[in-house]
Write a protein that binds this ligand. Structure first.
Ligand code: NAD
Length: 241
């Protein structure tokens, strides 16, 4: 049995998700964060035993197995390029990336194992499945997706709303979107199917960011050592062969 910890690079380490990733990784002896990357110069070189680097210093980070990126679209390209250069795995939850960045991901997946997902929670994976089934069973009904997030969230509709919308389209619906930005809401998604005189509401509420961070760390563990491909979260639920 291999007891060597998986060497992680956490990109976007000072953000809300980055902080959750660092905290959860520190509690897990199978993981070692060898580099935490923040946008600007870090206040200290080593924080809680984890070496910190500025985004401009990506080229000098030590050897790592998988990068976990929860940053913003402007930070996405350099960390993907680094993973390609180092032949490392790439786990990204960064939302709001452009069509060009999506294409770069698909291209990178021919050379490294990677997963990019708008939501790493198990509940949302199940919700997407329910939405597709409801859409397929309710032809002609209106389908509306209402998402609510904290006031700091930049992209709208949320990446998760778009993922749920794609599931609704797969079932034959034509979804519309509405976005609310209020207070400190971590993330709520309501998918509503409305017919004549009746309505179905499917709702997911995140009450802790840890669900996304745990899912991303699980994905990193499962991705390590896989052949290059664009994996989905649900591909990584089962242990690697
Ligand atoms: P945040 O604003 O708290 O953190 C963003 C982090 O990215 C900060 O540390 C910032 O310094 C860093 N950053 C910004 N520009 C950068 C650059 N050019 N280079 C390097 N780092 C840079 O945001 P958050 O709430 O932690 O969310 C981060 C991302 O994760 C967002 O895109 C959000 O939508 C997404 N998210 C995804 C999931 C999921 O499950 N897929 C869940 C929650 C959040």
């Amino acid at each position: 049995m291999n007891n060597t910890p998986l060497r992680l690079l956490i990109h976007g380490a000072s953000g809300r998700m980055g902080q959750a990733l660092l905290r959860l990784a520190a509690e897990d002896s199978s993981l070692e964060v060898v580099a935490a990357v923040v946008r600007r110069s870090p206040p200290q070189r080593v924080i809680d035993g984890v070496p910190h680097f500025a985004a401009g210093e990506l080229g000098s980070v030590p050897v790592f197995d998988v990068a976990v990126d929860f940053s913003l679209p402007e930070g996405f390209d350099p960390v993907l390029a680094l993973c390609l250069q180092r032949r490392a795995g790439f786990v990204s939850g960064t939302t709001g990336i452009s069509a060009m960045q999506q294409a770069a991901l698909a291209d990178a997946a021919t050379r490294i194992p990677l997963v990019w997902a708008t939501n790493f929670s198990l509940g949302v994976a199940v919700l997407a499945d329910l939405v597709e089934r409801a859409a397929a069973s309710l032809p002609g009904w209106d389908c509306d997706i209402v998402e609510s997030h904290h006031v700091h969230k930049k992209d709208a509709p949320s990446g998760t709303a778009l993922t749920l919308g794609a599931a609704a389209q797969d079932g034959g619906a034509d979804p519309r979107y509405a976005s609310l930005r209020a207070g400190d809401i971590i993330g709520e998604h309501l998918v509503q199917f409305t017919g004549l005189g009746e309505r179905i509401e499917l709702v997911h509420r995140a009450t802790s960011r840890d669900i996304f961070a745990r899912g991303a760390l699980h994905a990193a563990r499962q991705l390590n050592g896989r052949t290059p491909a664009f994996y989905r979260v649900r591909d990584l639920v089962a242990p690697a062969d």
